[in-house]
Write a protein that binds this ligand. Structure first.
Ligand code: ATP
Length: 486
């Protein structure tokens, strides 16, 4: 995990928040590449929910909702974690996650593992963040930052029945920030107090709940695998009956083999009709489905896949992280699936003269109309390739002298400076070729194995299209199976 944290900081993915004031524990800021990367993770989630099926609608509800929401949902009374204090080191820990925490005196041990640890009995600690609306703190002004996005969906169920004219089974999906006053944070962005969730509530006829629960277990496992996570680094774990939340009749976690061990990436729960019934009772509104033709009415049951955008990003990053050695030099490569890569293509003039920067800039401008591209002319070509490798850029276009010796191999990490002396402008046809290869959706989705085409297409021209450093999957496999790993 230390290597991931240091790469994230070094390459501007994620920084500790408020660093100039000494930092604020487990609060993080996403930098340029982190923003691009997380946007791609969220875009793929939206795509799987909205574009690839026609039974789900989108929502973006408020973070601060009516405080009754949290009475009805059970969060005010029961959204607690068991808290223990250590009388020796004076730190507080979550009793059921001691294996994720470090002992205050011996960080290599978990709390309770040394003879000096003196833990109190566990007591309940409510995780809701409380704040006040309006200028005066008075009765009725207390509100809460939402601890999950799901409740906003239930509050809008009636709106969707009217405007969406959907009949169960159908879903409502949303992505947004959630806040939990976690007792033990840590392990980088795995557990923070402010995080983004990607949640979908799927409303079904009660007798179909089990079938849809199984459907979503399969769909959600496939989502991670299709985006490059190695299947043997993923597992489904069904909750034991005593572990189930108050609303759930069945929950399974998608777990990933993080460096801290197998841990939850996403929870998939059968929430039954708990939420709609509770909000109907507290609001006095009818929250049910009525079939206008047959008059049939019922309260739908809900299947909920609830994922974390930050945890997903961390898993994609851990799984893609690789190091290799080229001629005695160690290199870090993020073998991200191309759809998740922050930058899709880097355009690099081999040298900063002979018209190469101008030509590269022109190609860059053309490509960046279609995909996230980056232009880089500073420093040795090998170092520039390595910079792109570290941020997971799958393709690189290098502008160089035509027909002069070997192609600088991106994987070898070294440029062929001697060969550079005057670039030749691309023909119109060649330019179109570069643009279409890099911008057609199937290529960006990983359909083209550029290496196979490199020599035939570009040998003798002034532009080299380099082999992706990432796993490349044929489009058909994007939907079906895991990407190849080198
Ligand atoms: P955990 O057992 O790890 O506390 P949870 O079961 O409480 O998680 P859910 O309420 O099911 O989590 O939330 C759905 C998803 O939201 C989680 O699978 C995770 O990806 C994400 N998530 C929850 N809490 C956090 C957090 N504190 N920091 C980052 N992501 C989180």
């Amino acid at each position: 995990m230390d290597k991931i944290v240091s790469l994230c900081k070094r390459r501007g993915f994620i920084f500790p928040s408020s660093e100039i004031y000494g930092g604020l524990g487990s609060s993080y800021d996403y930098g340029h590449y982190g923003v691009l990367f997380k946007n791609h993770v969220k875009a793929q989630w939206w795509r799987s929910m909205l574009q690839e099926r026609d039974d789900i609608l989108a929502l973006d509800s408020a973070i601060i909702q009516h405080p009754q929401t949290w009475v009805a949902s059970g969060h005010l009374a029961g959204f607690t974690d068991p808290l223990v204090d250590c009388r020796t080191c004076k730190l507080r820990f979550r009793a059921d996650k001691l294996d994720e925490a470090q002992c205050g005196r011996k960080p290599s041990k978990h709390p309770g593992e040394t003879p000096d640890c003196d833990l109190t009995d566990a007591r309940d600690f409510n995780l809701l963040f409380e704040t006040t609306v309006g200028p005066v703190k008075e009765e009725g002004s207390t509100v809460y930052l939402r601890p999950e996005t799901a409740q906003g969906i239930f509050l809008n169920f009636r709106n969707y029945m009217q405007f969406g004219r959907k009949k169960p089974p159908f879903g409502i999906a949303q992505i947004g920030k959630s806040f939990r006053n976690e007792i033990t944070t840590g392990n980088f962005i795995f557990r923070t107090r402010e995080f983004e969730q990607m949640e979908m509530e799927f409303f079904v006829p009660p007798d179909q709940a089990q079938m849809w629960f199984e459907h979503w277990l399969e769909q959600r496992m496939n989502w991670y695998v299709n985006l490059g996570i190695r299947p043997d680094h993923l597992q489904l774990r069904a909750h034991d009956p005593d572990e189930l939340s108050h609303y759930s009749s069945a929950t399974s976690d998608v777990e990933y083999r993080f460096p801290i061990g197998w841990s939850e990436l996403e929870g998939i729960a059968n929430r039954g009709d708990f939420d709609l019934q509770a909000h109907a009772q507290h609001s006095g509104q009818k929250l049910e489905y009525v079939d206008s033709a047959s008059g049939e009415r019922y309260v739908p049951h809900v299947i909920e896949p609830a994922a974390g955008a930050d945890r997903a990003l961390l898993a994609f990053m851990v799984d893609a992280y690789d190091e290799d050695e080229i001629e005695g030099e160690r290199r870090t490569v993020l073998r991200l699936h191309p759809v998740l890569a922050p930058v899709k293509v880097a355009v690099l003039p081999l040298v900063r003269k002979d018209g190469q920067p101008e030509l590269a800039a022109e190609i860059y401008r053309e490509l960046s109309e279609q995909v996230q591209a980056e232009y880089d002319e500073g420093g040795a070509i090998g170092r520039r390739y390595r910079r792109q490798d570290e941020i997971g850029t799958p393709w690189a276009v290098t502008v160089r002298q035509p027909g002069a010796g070997a192609i600088p191999d991106r994987r070898a990490g070294r440029g062929d400076r001697a060969a550079a002396a005057g670039a030749v402008a691309l023909t119109e046809a060649q330019r179109r070729r570069v643009t279409s290869m890099l911008t057609t959706s199937d290529t960006v989705a990983g359909a083209g194995r550029c290496s196979a085409r490199t020599s035939t297409l570009w040998a003798g021209s002034s532009v080299m299209l380099h082999e992706p450093s990432a796993p490349v999957v044929p489009l058909a496999m994007v939907l079906r199976g895991p990407p190849e790993r080198r």
